[in-house]
Design a protein around this ligand. Structure first.
Ligand SMILES: [Cu+2]
Length: 189
C-alpha cells in the first residue's frame, strides 16, 4: 500500500525516477501541482489504462478531489508526498470502494473483488498492521517492486498464499493477513 521507507538506496532510486518522470519540481517541499500529481498517478498503470482513468488526490482530511475525470472505470491516485517514495496506484471501482473502507476504518464490502495496479512499486510500514505508519522493532518495512493487488476476495483465496509477517516480496504474498483488509500482493517483475 502507501507507506514508504526512507533509506538512501530507495531515495536514490526514487529521485532518479522522479527526475525521469518529471513528477517533482526542484523544490520537493512545496506541495505537488495538479499536473505533477496526474503524472505520478498515471505511472501506476499501463499507459493505455491510465490514459482514460479518473485521477483523484487524497486531501489531508481524507476526502478525494478529482483532478481529471476518466471514462474507463479506473481511478488513479498519485504518490503520497508525505511518504518518501513513489506509491501511486490505479484501481477498478471495487478496489476504490475497498480503499475508502480501509481509510475510513470500515469493513470492506463482502463479495466485491477488486483489482489494483502499483507498477511504480510501494513500501509499507508493516505486513501485519493496516494502520502502521512506521516500523516497530519486530516489524520492519516491507518493500515491494512493481506489483498488482487483488482486494476483497474470500478468505479461502488468501489462504492459497504465504502470509508471513516478513514476506518474500518477489513472489505473491498476503499483506495484512487475517484483518478485514488482507489482500494479495503479486509482483509483475
Ligand atoms: Cu500495493
Amino acid at each position: 500500500m502507501r507507506q514508504l521507507i526512507k533509506n538512501v538506496c530507495n531515495t536514490m532510486i526514487v529521485s532518479s525516477l522522479l527526475l525521469t518522470m518529471n513528477v517533482y519540481t526542484a523544490d520537493k517541499n512545496s506541495p505537488p501541482s495538479d499536473k505533477e500529481m496526474i503524472a505520478s498517478a498515471v505511472s501506476a498503470a499501463p499507459a493505455k489504462v491510465s490514459k482514460n482513468a479518473t485521477i483523484v488526490a487524497m486531501e489531508a482530511d481524507g476526502k478525494m478531489r478529482t483532478l481529471r475525470q476518466g471514462t474507463n472505470g479506473f481511478t488513479c491516485m498519485p504518490d503520497n508526498p508525505a511518504t518518501p517514495g513513489p506509491d501511486p496506484m490505479c484501481m477498478d471501482k471495487n478496489a476504490m470502494e475497498w480503499v475508502h473502507a480501509w481509510v475510513a476504518h470500515k469493513p470492506p464490502a463482502t463479495g466485491k473483488i477488486g483489482f489494483m495496479y502499483m507498477l511504480a512499486g510501494g513500501t509499507d510500514a508493516s505486513n501485519t498492521d493496516p494502520y502502521a505508519t512506521k516500523p516497530a522493532p519486530n516489524n520492519h518495512w516491507v518493500k515491494t517492486g512493481p506489483h498488482v493487488m487483488i482486494v476483497g476476495a474470500d478468505a479461502g483465496f488468501y489462504d492459497l498464499y504465504p502470509k508471513s509477517a516478513d514476506p518474500d516480496t518477489s513472489v505473491p504474498y498476503v499483506m495484512w493477513a487475517g484483518t478485514p483488509y488482507q489482500h494479495l500482493m503479486a509482483p509483475v517483475k
